[in-house]
Design a binder for this molecule. Structure first.
Ligand SMILES: CC(=O)Nc1cnc2ccccc2c1
Length: 444
């Protein structure tokens, strides 16, 4: 038992085992996950505070759900990537549970749970961590945070227009302009129209959309093959791929004139964008489908105009998600905005904010028996709302100056015995080097 251990803790505390006896833990977090040390946490808080402020400006209420959900919430049968990467397991109660891969199903579950006790429309937002179990072959992350905004109970495209406006507001707040990013906008009712023309049963709609969403990720022959497996005829496949390459609303109207709803919705949305003042951010792009099976109408995704990054955000209308959970359908639309691509974009554009630790004061006692006085000084300042880094052990002044410089503190408050005998404390303003003495009560 080494004396120092005994000295340190008074009573005999077990000495650490002889070094080398304990296997050192892996200090890295699990594959595909991140720690947020202070500097990274400042950037994350800056971004999330912008998410929250925009949500507040748009009158949205914050909600939250467990990261762990019943697996059944996510076991849609539409061949989605999000499903085959589900981070799921059987818990000790033999329940099938999953770490949520997205937030919308949880939101729908809560809306159904609240049922008649909430009045529509609902405008809810959340910032939540989502998970996927991806073979690390692709070295991608297994978790990210998503800002989600949803409007429940508004069938008209004013809801989509409002959601797009909120994302434009977010982009502007962090210095992104329409020359950096845009939104590709389309409607799944275009696809619905084509499938109806070829009398493809409704229940294949989700599957077809999920396959088509891979149009830029896998060879088109593979797309055709998968569509035929699902049961589409040669002609239907051809017509679908044709309609996706349409370049404008006008051209779409010529081709599929009849599928009025899609055209009407899109025209209305572009008109509203004009009125909201963000039409320069939008472009019609028939190839936007999004990879989630439950979208039924307008779909959109934010993209970087240099085409270097994956989608920044995405969303759309999902008017039948509730009935897939056995409840009455409620019109709904929403988006998800991840915390990863946007940071890559900000880096690209040199827009990452300079964020440093902001502490008003370092308070220190010049010798051991003034520690209690230093604590009193810290308390006085904290009660006035000033942040204080109280030096907790007697340290040489050189050490304190070094720490003050590193944490770019504004002011040093020094408790010395001679000053204290006169009821004074020493103050040094780091930015100017100005030094003076002041009565504790006059310290503001
Ligand atoms: C760029 C990125 O990190 N994407 C990402 C990371 N983790 C996820 C986890 C669940 C669902 C989607 C995810 C997406």
């Amino acid at each position: 038992q080494s004396s120092s251990a005994a000295g340190r803790s008074g009573a005999l505390s077990p000495a650490p085992p002889l070094s080398g006896a304990v296997q050192k833990i892996d200090v890295n977090p699990p594959k595909g996950t991140r720690d947020f040390p202070p500097e990274d946490m400042r950037l994350r808080n800056w971004l999330f505070n912008n998410f929250r402020e925009v949500s507040r400006l748009y009158g949205f209420e914050e909600v939250d759900f467990p990261v762990l959900e019943n697996e059944a919430l996510f076991t849609r049968k539409a061949g989605e990537e999000i499903k085959d990467q589900l981070y799921c397991f059987e818990d000790q109660g033999k329940r099938r549970v999953a770490l949520r891969p997205e937030l919308t199903p949880s939101l729908a579950r809560l809306v159904i749970q609240k049922g008649k006790s909430v009045s529509l429309p609902l405008k809810w937002f959340t910032v939540g961590q989502c998970w996927r179990y991806e073979r690390m072959t692709r070295g991608r992350r297994r978790e990210h945070y998503q800002w989600n905004m949803d409007i429940i109970g508004v069938p008209g495209v004013m809801a989509e227009a409002e959601l797009l406006a909120s994302i434009v507001t977010l982009f502007k707040r962090i210095g992104i302009t329409e020359s950096d990013v845009g939104f590709k906008v389309s409607s799944r009712k275009v696809l619905q129209g084509v499938l109806k023309c070829y009398s493809i049963p409704e229940n294949l709609f989700g599957k077809v959309c999920v396959i088509i969403d891979k149009i830029e990720k896998i060879p088109v022959d593979e797309i055709k093959k998968e569509l035929k497996v699902v049961g589409l005829s040669e002609e239907a496949v051809h017509e679908l791929l044709e309609v996706l390459s349409v370049k404008s609303l006008a051209e779409l109207e010529e081709r599929v004139g009849s599928c009025g709803e899609a055209i009407a919705d899109l025209k209305q949305l572009f008109l509203l964008a004009e009125k909201f003042g963000y039409s320069k951010w939008l472009q019609f792009d028939a190839s936007v489908v999004r990879g989630l099976a439950y979208y039924t109408g307008i779909v959109f995704e934010g993209f970087d105009r240099e085409g270097k990054l994956r989608a920044i955000c995405g969303g759309g209308r999902y008017d039948h998600l509730f009935s897939t959970f056995g409840a009455d359908d409620i019109a709904a639309c929403g988006f998800g905005f991840g915390d990863a691509v946007i940071v890559e974009l900000l880096k690209e554009k040199g827009l990452l904010p300079e964020l440093s630790l902001q502490v008003h004061n370092i308070v220190c006692a010049l010798d051991e028996d003034l520690q209690a006085v230093a604590a009193t000084v810290a308390n006085v300042l904290r009660e006035k709302g000033q942040s204080v880094d109280l030096v907790l052990e007697s340290k040489p002044l050189k050490w304190v100056f070094k720490r003050a410089a590193r944490t770019n503190v504004e002011r040093l408050v020094i408790v010395g015995s001679s000053e204290w005998q006169r009821g004074m404390v020493g103050v040094k303003i780091l930015s100017t080097g100005e030094q003076y003495e002041v009565k504790l009560d006059d310290l503001k």
